[in-house]
Design a protein around this ligand. Structure first.
Ligand SMILES: Cc1ncc(C[n+]2csc(CCOP(=O)(O)OP(=O)(O)O)c2C)c(N)n1
Length: 561
């Protein structure tokens, strides 16, 4: 019998499959797929060895958010739990990440094997698809399914648990199938479902009838590449636009229709505008607690149009919803086509301008503060000015996300903003992944020192693999977001609350220099801008450590009474 199909070993098969799906980098900690690593090098795929599996998952996540392709990360079986922990952000942010782990074969199971636990269940809450690959014959189909699932519909992480501590059993097995790639599943979104005609007409009618419509753009606009369509619809009907944190920058924030980021990491002008609207049009937004300030912005009962590629999201949070299942880009195009141009409601536009103007006047003194220790708002002004026209800004969570969401402005449609979906420490490794996906674009990460502590070891990875990003660390030697609550818990009771949020004074600039990177410490506000410029020009991984005022607080998000 002749077999026309080429026979590759599993290692080669995996490597060629990744190559065919456009993967340019894999992020992992040894030991996993060691045999395939040799093939990956031959095929020109960068193997980025990191200092923890969680950082590898975050890098794959940042890579995926910027490239629109699946990010690939890996761990041997004992590292699987660390990898799963790192998928939480990708899951919450709906990012296509493929996680590959090893698992000792059945004869090693249930007999106290070294380094082995049943790690598979840990991937259940953080993946869309979580499968065992126990036979080499499964590899072709399951690898294709991994890409198909990761990028389709609402994208998300996928896990393949491969037989063999480092998947060696699969690597050495012959695969009697050829490598096939389904090219539709290389990029998100693989399909752009068009909206149903009747629902679209109902939505258009609601927009025409509204006196005070507002759009809230979510991360789905970025994933769909729909920023131009969003801008076109807003301009055609003169509809103000707020965003979620994830959707920040989908309309440039210097645009006269931009009202800023709404929710609980928000500018109060955006929250007020959303609450005063009589129609809220959500585009690619999860309408979760963060974007709606615990479902108070807007109030339950407000008339809603919601555009989402995932029908199960439609009306999830707001009952009074016209739900349009469709890709954001196509749906916005269809809506704009259906609607006549309009100058909008001048009183409503005037009102939103007034809110934004009042907000700007309130924060302007903080953004231009000359105080030392430095105000974080001043860093944000300097970052707004320094972010290159095609730059990528990556922020960590907590105060970093709030400062960035409210005080940094995305001023060009060629800039991209991505943020942690809640995991402290995500920002720095994710920014390295982003740079791998877009080596020609400048990448700046904005993080607190608490966030940077998690994964600063990846400076070594960045140096070794020449991943030249700039990390601006808001260094206040502590966790500042929770301190009011900590003090509230203490009340009058004796003790030392500072133990719960204060760190040693350490210089990240010095650490960066010791690791062969560029590092600079800034103590005067006027030095921030020049320091970021030097860092961008350094041709090295760079850390700009800005010494800030620990007492700087973010005001609570505005809520209706
Ligand atoms: C994995 C994880 N653990 C804990 C938290 C809770 N958390 C949110 S912000 C924060 C403090 C962040 O401190 P830092 O990065 O120094 O920024 P600062 O608040 O000082 O500006 C903590 C502990 C979290 N979001 N994620």
């Amino acid at each position: 019998m002749t077999d026309a199909k080429p026979t590759l070993n599993g290692a080669r098969f995996i490597a060629e499959t990744l190559k065919s799906y456009g993967v340019t980098h894999v992020f992992y900690v040894d030991a996993m797929l060691r045999k395939a690593m040799v093939d990956l090098e031959e095929l020109g795929i960068s193997r980025v060895v990191t200092h923890s599996e969680k950082a590898a998952a975050y890098m794959a996540d940042g890579y995926a958010r910027i490239s629109g392709k699946a990010g690939v990360c890996m761990a041997q079986s004992v590292g699987a739990a660390n990898l799963a922990a790192g998928l939480q952000d990708a899951f919450l942010a709906s990012t296509p990440v493929i996680a590959l782990t090893g698992k000792k074969p059945p004869l090693w199971q249930h007999r106290n094997s070294y380094q082995e636990i049943n790690h598979w269940p840990m991937f259940e809450p953080v993946t869309k698809f979580n499968a065992d690959v126990v036979a080499p014959e499964q590899l072709p189909q399951l690898l294709r399914q991994a890409f198909r699932t990761a990028v389709s519909g609402k994208p998300g992480p996928v896990h393949l648990d491969m037989i063999g501590r480092e998947a060696r059993e699969l690597e050495i097995a012959p695969i009697h199938q050829s490598v096939e790639v389904d090219e539709r599943f290389i990029y998100t979104p693989p399909f752009r479902p068009a909206p149903d005609v009747d629902t679209l007409a109902a939505a258009a009618h609601a927009i025409e009838a509204a006196q005070r419509p507002i759009i809230v753009a979510g991360g789905g606009v970025r994933v769909s590449g729909a920023a131009a369509e969003l801008t076109a619809l807003a301009e055609k009907r003169q509809i103000p636009v707020a965003t979620s944190v994830d959707g920040k920058g989908c309309l440039v924030e210097t645009h006269p229709l931009s009202v800023g980021v709404a929710g609980n990491y928000s500018a109060w002008c955006a929250n007020k505008a959303v609450c005063e609207a009589d129609l809220v049009i959500y585009v690619g937004s999860a309408t979760g607690d963060q974007t709606t300030n615990n479902w108070k912005v807007p109030a339950i009962g407000t008339k809603i149009i919601q555009i989402d590629i995932d029908p199960t999201e439609l009306g999830r949070s707001y009952p009074n919803t016209i739900g349009i299942m469709g890709d954001a880009k196509i749906t916005l195009q269809h809506l704009a086509f259906l609607l006549q141009p309009s100058a909008g409601n001048p009183e409503w536009i005037q009102r939103t301008h007034q809110l934004v103007e009042e907000w700007n006047q309130e924060v302007q003194p903080l953004r231009s503060s000359t105080a030392a220790p430095i105000r974080p708002e001043r860093i944000c002004k300097e970052l707004t000015d320094a972010l290159p026209e095609n730059g990528i800004l990556v922020t960590d969570t907590g105060y970093s996300a709030i400062w960035a969401a409210t005080m940094i402005q995305i001023t060009s449609p060629n800039q991209t903003f991505i943020r942690a979906a809640g995991s402290l420490g995500w920002g720095f490794p994710a920014s390295l992944g982003a740079k791998c996906a877009a080596p020609d674009r400048p990448v700046i990460c904005f993080t607190g020192d608490g966030g940077f502590w998690y994964h600063f070891a990846e400076l070594e990875t960045a140096r070794r693999r020449r991943i030249h990003t700039v990390t601006v660390v808001n260094n206040n030697n502590g966790f500042s977001q929770g301190i009011e609550d900590v003090h509230r818990m203490y009340g009058d009771r004796p003790g030392d609350p500072t133990e719960l949020y204060r760190f040693e004074q350490v210089s990240f600039a010095q650490i960066a220099r010791d690791m062969g990177c560029f590092g600079i410490r800034v103590e005067k506000p006027e030095e921030i801008g020049p320091a970021i410029q030097s860092a961008l020009a350094a041709n090295l991984p760079a850390v700009v450590e800005v010494m800030t005022d620990f007492s700087a607080r973010v005001p609570p998000p505005w809520s209706p009474k």
